[in-house]
Design a protein around this ligand. Sequence first.
Ligand SMILES: Cc1ncc(COP(=O)(O)O)c(C=O)c1O
Length: 399
Amino acid sequence: MNADNSQRDLIYFDNAATTPVLSEVIQEMVPYLGNYYGNPSSQHSFGFKSLRAIEEARTHVACLIGSSPSKITFTSGGTEANNLAIKGCVSRTSINGDSKSVVLISSSIEHDSVLQPINTLKALGFNVKFVEVNKEGIVKPESLLGILRKEKIILVSIMLANNEVGTIQPIKELAKITHENSDALFHCDVVQALGKIPIDVRHLDIDLLSLSSHKIYGPKGVGAIYSRDKDQLRALIDGGGQEKALRSGTENVHGIVGFGEACRIAAMNLIENYRNVKNLRDRLIDQVLSTIPRSYVNGSLNQRLPNNAHFSFPGVKGEDIIVKLNEYGVAASTGAACSSNKAKPSHVLQAMGLSLLEIEGSLRLTLGHQNTKFEVEKVVLALEEIIRELRRHSGFANN
Ligand SMILES: Cc1ncc(COP(=O)(O)O)c(C=O)c1O
């Protein structure tokens, strides 16, 4: 694991925002920033070297999700993969000029990179429906079934694991309901779940799936989309026809190589990492709940990513906790990294029915396999002091 000296003593509990790049991954990437600079489309040995590296990486990515390599298309990340799945599917479908008859379904707790493309389509006149979640942050299958029975749907997009509270959706059941009751494609954003829990597209019966490298100890700015049948999508970026014309543009070779290596390592260590990170996370949750009065965990404890701990501490503001934790050398977050500097309350916690008091006092701690028991102890001690102090200032009882 690589860390700048100035960051050596800091504790990083924000692994849902991004993860440190593994040194093994960097080692694989560096030659493609140096000697191996060929354009993968070139018809000479420089080009062939880069092309071979891309195809090897494609195999590693495919292996991690039980796919064949030919179904993987590299993108600039999870955001682009989600946009391609949603907009690319809609523009591929013949709509006979009547966008109102086209219905898309998503859930109320998706990441902005799903919600925003859907909002764009909505503004263009497409009909959008959202399935609800329960208090535990789990999508209700009956809510999906209710819509599928009434409308003609072209796409259902529901994430596998939520980026804020880490809840894992019953995707196999949701995809089955979708396919049994409609001709719609089922898209799943697995950005947060990849490398943390087993994912097999054959078992889950998914049509489209979005992946990102930087959540699994790979470089930023690279990701992929799995498509069961590439004809289901229309490219968003046209040009030289790279990636079988589904995503034109000279490939980010070193990024793709890094992503492939991160996938290879994740597949090898999945079970062991799951067990270790979950043990640490459980320890963190137990200690926080037993030492900090009136603290709660948000979201299902059973259907949850192994590395996610999401708390509410009524009487304090999440942003204040983050600032104080940072002074103690601890990196944490209130929720989605991309929206954590927006003032509006989390749409995920709202959809789960949390009160404003609970939403305001929320904190997300997400662990990685680089974290240690010692760090957990330090964070719990820091949190205990911080919450006591902040509650004293706000006049909220700390018992
Ligand atoms: C669930 C989810 N989907 C998509 C994304 C976007 O991925 P990327 O940062 O690779 O664009 C994120 C990033 O936070 C995410 O958590």
